[in-house]
Every structure is written in structure tokens, then in C-alpha cells.
Design a protein around this ligand. Sequence first.
Ligand code: UFG
Length: 354
Amino acid sequence: MSFPFLIFGGMNNNPKYILVTGGAGYIGSHTVVALSKRGYIPIIIDDFRNSNRDVLERISALVDQELIHFSISCQNKERLRGVFSQFPIWGIIHFAADKSVSESVENPLKYFDNNMGGLVSILELASEHEVNNFVFSSSCTVYGEPKKIPVDESFPVSHNSPYGYTKKVNEEMIEQFAASQSGFKSTLLRYFNPIGAHESGTLGEEPNGKPDNLLPYITQTAAGIREELTIFGDDYDTPDGTCIRDYIHVVDLAEAHVEAMNQLENPPTPIQVFNIGTGKGTSVLELVKYFEKNTGEKLKYKIGKRRKGDIPAIFANTEKAEKDLRWKSRLTVEDAVIDAWKFEQFIRNKRNRE
Ligand code: UFG
């Protein structure tokens, strides 16, 4: 069997194939670009339930390799098996999952089915094909409502929603699977709040319908698609009364996955857990102000009621990631709002042309 892409791989003479499930999604697409730039050969698996097929073209325009991609759901083991047989996969980054907290409260079975089922089937194939390097897309939601902040990786895990429950259980599933497989290594990355877009303005977050998350709602309001932003509560016990989150630029987050893959060559322990955030908290009102100041757009907003399930404040202790993963965020919230606004305009222009 020949592998036509082995001639690529930048600085690496023996490039490694990395299967990226959910590789056409928001974080997945940025990670595919970052992997490719660092000499890996990503293989995208996505069923496009929550992403657009034209993302593939836009990723291709940003990388020097011919893009390898398959339209397959993670639960379709037969078709996935074909991909595992076709390529000598070295590692897997598993993003593919449903991710709306509110939807998970209304439809928990969808989350149990896709988030648990998808992981089981990927791990089964990893075992069959002896793929021992696994990076998992987890979330700071596994800390529930922490008793103090910043949170570090030793804090107890809990959950506030069926979505959070799936992430917590997924982490445990990986730990128990690893204990049963000799040589299997995994890094669990607990993301804080990913925002922003690729600096080209051609990759970013494209929510289907009304956005759940703050920055896409802000950019859509500024673009005139939404009438106004509702800030969910200004009576929290925080300096300006609005909730505090740790907003991490998606390009920095993508880099964390590349570092995690590099480190899986020779990790200190089979399972590693890292917080991926900036270590800095930003309130909802501060994010609105950053947006207005850096884009020159005036945002229409009102203060509304608290959103059910929101915690007042959370941000990361990032010492472990800095020390053991040798990763640190580089970009700022200002960079993120500028890039997200650029992407919002790109999407509008694209839709207007279609
Ligand atoms: N917010 C508003 N108005 C909006 C949208 C959000 O005021 O229209 C506020 C929220 O109340 C919250 C903050 O903006 O205080 C951030 O909300 P997001 O929905 O952007 O993010 P969350 O922190 O609620 O959720 C995110 C991810 C989840 C993840 C969770 C972990 O979306 O996947 O972080 O805490 F599980």
C-alpha cells in the first residue's frame, strides 16, 4: 500500500497521521490547520451535523497538504474501520460531540447517544488497530460550580447538565479503557471558553440558528442579524455584577492539541489532564466593552434575567499546562473579538454571494 501524502509534512521527515473526529467543527478546523502546519497529516472525520461542508475548502486554502477527509459519523464503525485500515493512524483527537448545555437539558438522550456512543466506537477501533495516542476534548464544565477560583486540575469533578455529565463520564471511560490496554496514552484537555477565529477570518464559529454562546451572539447583533444582546443577569457577586469566564482564543486552543500530540510520544504518565485557559477572568460586560472598543461597533444590549444553570465565575489555574505541557495562551481577548468580527463579516459576504 502506498501513502501519497508522505512526501508532505514540513519539518518532519516521518509525518504522522492523526485522525481528527469533528475536524470540520469550530475547534476541530483550527486544530487541523495547526497540526498540518506542524508537520502532521490530519485525517478529518465529520458527519457535518453541526458544521458546513465548505469549511473543507477553507481549511485547504490555509494548509500546504491535500486535505484528507471523510463524511462519516463516529458511530458508523464499519465505515470508520475502512479509514483505520487505509491509513497508518498514529494518534486520534476526538472532538466529535454535541455541545449545547441547554439542548442537553431538553434532550439528554441525544447527548448520551452521541457523546457516549461516539467515544465507545472510536476507542473500540483504536484498540482494534492499536492506536495508542489519544487526545480528548473535555471541558471546564466538569468542575461544576467550583468552591473557589481559579480551578486547578485536582479539583473535584461534578456536573450541572447532561452535557457536563457526558464529559465527566467520557473522561472516566478513557481512564478505565487506558487501564485495560497496555501502551494506551491519553491527554484530557479541559477547555474553558473558546472564542475568536482564525486570523485569516475564514474559519470560525458558525452556530446553526440562534447562538447559545456569548461572542457569536455579540457579533450577530453587531451585524444586524439579532436585534439586541441580552446580558443574563447583572446581580451576581462579581465586580460588575455579570458572570466571569476564562475566554481562550481558539487558535491558542488548537495549539494546545498539537503540544498534547507531541507530548504523547513520551508522556510522564498514561493519563494526563490539563486546564486549557488563559488564567484570566473576563466579565460579560467587559467582553462587550472589548468588542465595542476594538471593532468601533456600538452594541445594542439590555440586562435580562439570570440564565438557568449559569455559574457566577470560573477561570483556570494554568500552571500545570505551562509546566508539564509547555503550552501557554499567547493571544488576548482583544485579538479574539477582532478575529471573530472579521469572521462574521466573511460569513455575511459569503452568504450574500450564494
Ligand atoms: N451570556 C449572555 N448572553 C448571551 C449568551 C451568554 O449574557 O446571549 C452570558 C452567559 O450567561 C455566561 C457568559 O455569557 O455568563 C458565557 O456564556 P456562554 O454560553 O458563551 O458560555 P458558558 O460559560 O455558559 O458555556 C461554555 C460552553 C460550554 C461549556 C461551559 C463550561 O458553551 O460548552 O462553557 O462552563 F460546558
